[in-house]
Ligand binder design. Sequence first.
Ligand SMILES: *[C@@H]1O[C@H](CO)[C@@H](O)[C@H](O)[C@H]1NC(C)=O
Ligand SMILES: *[C@@H]1O[C@H](CO)[C@@H](O)[C@H](O)[C@H]1NC(C)=O
Ligand SMILES: *[C@@H]1O[C@H](CO)[C@@H](O)[C@H](O)[C@H]1NC(C)=O
Length: 248
Amino acid sequence: MFLLLLLLVAVLPVSTEGGKILWGTEAKPHSRPYMAFINFYDSKSHLWRCGGFLVREDIVMTAAHCNGRNITVTLGAHDINKQENRQHILVVKSVPHKYFNRKTLVNDIMLLKLKHKARLNNVVQKIDLPRSQDWVKPGQVCTVAGWGKLANGSLSNTLQEVKLEVQKSQTCLKMSKDYNNSIQICVGNPKEKKATAGGDSGGPFVCHNVAQGIVNRKFNTIKPPRAFTRISSFLRWIQEKMKLLQQP
Ligand SMILES: *[C@@H]1O[C@H](CO)[C@@H](O)[C@H](O)[C@H]1NC(C)=O
Ligand SMILES: *[C@@H]1O[C@H](CO)[C@@H](O)[C@H](O)[C@H]1NC(C)=O
Ligand SMILES: *[C@@H]1O[C@H](CO)[C@@H](O)[C@H](O)[C@H]1NC(C)=O
């Protein structure tokens, strides 16, 4: 029955009823307990949202371009307007990658130190990081989730998810010469509509329950592919910074 439903979803033509993420579906509530909803202000006091994911009780990983003032993290959320289960925690320190480049958007990775440890439970859990030998390959299909824009342009209140296929590096290089396959993953089949959208930035690209990528940049507002940060290329940086963020 479940398989049949999946097949139906896969073959149904894209409908016009709003669409989710861009043409994904609503996640089963709390099926991704590592997801963090992030709010922050830019220098003009404009409020932004990003995704992130819990990698240690006191650390959330996200994209460096999600850095700003008064960053807060909400864990245990599905519908961000509902209070139940939520842990709302202030960020006391943000550690973006030193070589994050706002123009080329490479090295788009950041750690957020929480004011206090999250309480782990059914709806709040950590996610594993890759090992250095993990290399996500073209053709692999993994999942990304977020509270970003839906196909109709509205930001989503509920967590949405979508399966996306890893592409050859040439697919992204064709879009921009700044794409670097040794530190990024090219994601999303250009022949499909499914993609991440504004507000999904910082969320994890999850393969076999391991966070392999971070939602990073688009080349085109609507059309895939997208470039994600390749986490397995940053393990030394992550280890070093996580040690520095150890509680005294
Ligand atoms: C977009 O779609 C969502 C979900 O289907 C719906 O809740 C929302 O009201 C829609 N927004 C607009 C502007 O139509
Ligand atoms: C950020 O936090 C500071 C200190 O708590 C507060 O004074 C300020 O109003 C906040 N800024 C915004 C944009 O919320
Ligand atoms: C890709 O990134 C790696 C690691 O930062 C760097 O050594 C290499 O020079 C970059 N390649 C290009 C073409 O920029």
